[in-house]
Design a protein around this ligand. Sequence first.
Ligand SMILES: Nc1ncnc2c1ncn2[C@@H]1O[C@H](COP(=O)(O)OP(=O)(O)OP(=O)(O)O)[C@@H](O)[C@H]1O
Length: 628
Amino acid sequence: MDVYSSSSSISHGVSSTELKRVNSVGSVLSFEHLSYAVGSKAGQKTIIEDISVSVCAGELLAIMGPSGAGKSTLLDVMSYRKIAMSGGTVHLNGRLVGAKEMHKISSFVEQEDALLGSLTVRESISYALRLHLPLLPKLQVQERVSRVIRSLGLQSCADQIIGTPISRGISGGQKRRVTAACAMVTFPRILFLDEVTSGLDSTSAREVMSAISSLATAEGMIVIASIHQPSLETLSQFTNLMLLAEGKTCYLGRVGDLDGFFERWGRPVGRFTTPSDHAMNFLNSDFIRAGLGRNSAREFREFYLSTLQGIPPNAEKWRLEQSTKDGDDVSALQGKAGPAGTLLWTTLILSERTAVNYRRNLLAYGVRAAMYAGMGLMLATIWIRLGTADSTINDRFSVHFFSVAFLAFMSVAGIPSFLEERAVYYRESKNGLYTTLPFLLSNTLVNIPFLLVCTILFTCICYWAIGLHSGAAPFFRFISFLFLAIFTAETQALIVASLLPIFVAALAITSFINGFWMSVGGYFIKARSLPRFWFFSFHYIDYQKYAFELLTNSDFRGLKFTCATQIDNTCVCAYPSSTPETCTVSGDDVLNYLDIGSISYGKWAAILVSISIIYRVLLYFALKARSV
Ligand SMILES: Nc1ncnc2c1ncn2[C@@H]1O[C@H](COP(=O)(O)OP(=O)(O)OP(=O)(O)O)[C@@H](O)[C@H]1O
């Protein structure tokens, strides 16, 4: 059999009805004069230069070239992840396509796999489909997911988890296929694949490309893929091939015509070489091979350009016209490609997925909850039964300061798992599955109960053991105020991690910010002693200040401390007392002395809630700033 025979020769259950549908949907995607450069005008470096190509529905275009040729950049420019220089255009069936529309109708499989480690292969693919089509009946979701799993050869690991640092999951090659499956299951009109076969053995690479090819034929999908070192069989799954060197087109044509091209050039493909490897020998100028000059890539391109001169200019146009002859009706595919989920549904589905991730991700969330419990135990045993002697007043303040500051500080523990979720968010939002708002809402919806459980755990363990203000109201106030502080601190850590997605850097900056809030909060140095600048600026927007003052007021108000020190038969209290005759100092006296006794619970809690809402809004913009 001719290895270049149609890609549909390896079929994956594509029905004739499906094939018929493809023939009636003849979309053509054309890119004209795409160029991209980096650097300033003075020192501009052109990475891709004047590239034009058209791809029809059901066709697969392979982009090949040596490392650094510009393949990934070209895919980025084609998919509007990078914006082409002026003059470059993209048309779908003659209609200009902008960035927004391209993101809606296309999926992009990146070189890096961004997946949630605690989900199984089936769940990962299923959530991708449900986020794309939230109202698809369950049975159809299962059927479609199973079909994609089968076609990508993932049956053996379908119910295995992707893998977390403490539990090994699937292999790197299988991860590649899961990432491709998550994009394919939504059946986008255009599928961009950046080195999807990297890390796969040659059989898996062929089967993956064959599955993509069958799906492209069945669904009328346009597939554009950069590819490295394909075997002959893998290459044969593609319809067309573009060879790049130094950002310029050196060959564009049918895969099957490459042999003839070399024949005509007078450098035929050797018996034991594949045409693509043969081409690479000429295009790679990083290594000079014996018998090939330094300018082999330039000569290659010159010959290619000379072959174009013999072709009537209308030949390509004719091919495209044939492809669209049966009409421009693409409505059959439109429903599948656009982000069909409403805000409500995508939020609910994302919340469900996040909750599953929290539940299973023992290292990230189990350990975190245990850490809060451990800190509760630590406080309970160290500050045990403080009592109401005036000598313990400062110890009592330390309990409240420590609870707010240290628990807030520990929000950095949420950064690693958030970075994983963030990577998945960027992949999925760039592929049009959902926008920033549902991601933020789902994160908030799942974050709140988790942090509440952590706060309750901590409080239940230490509150009574320390002997903080008895009664239900102070106890619940303690939980509520502490929760607000931890929730705000968590959001602050997520803002930093969104803007700076490097764990060590995000950890350092978040720690610094929390240290800063501790310093200006009014505990280490009394608020009125703070330099004016810090007092009138950051002191008033410090969430830790409000939480600390709320906790101390809730605890101290109504308490009476006995003054243990006697000098000349007179009671001397640790703080100025309004009732020295009773040899006690009231909690209110202490609070007033520290200028924090006149706060209103409602007002302070409202300020804390407002800060946490403002932080969530900032988190929205931080996430959005890095998305499409
Ligand atoms: N932002 C940038 N600034 C400077 N140079 C860049 C930038 N982006 C890409 N390049 C350069 O452009 C060239 C093409 O990069 P690109 O990643 O597109 O190549 P590639 O063909 O995909 O390579 P590989 O096969 O190794 O992934 C490289 O030399 C790269 O260093």
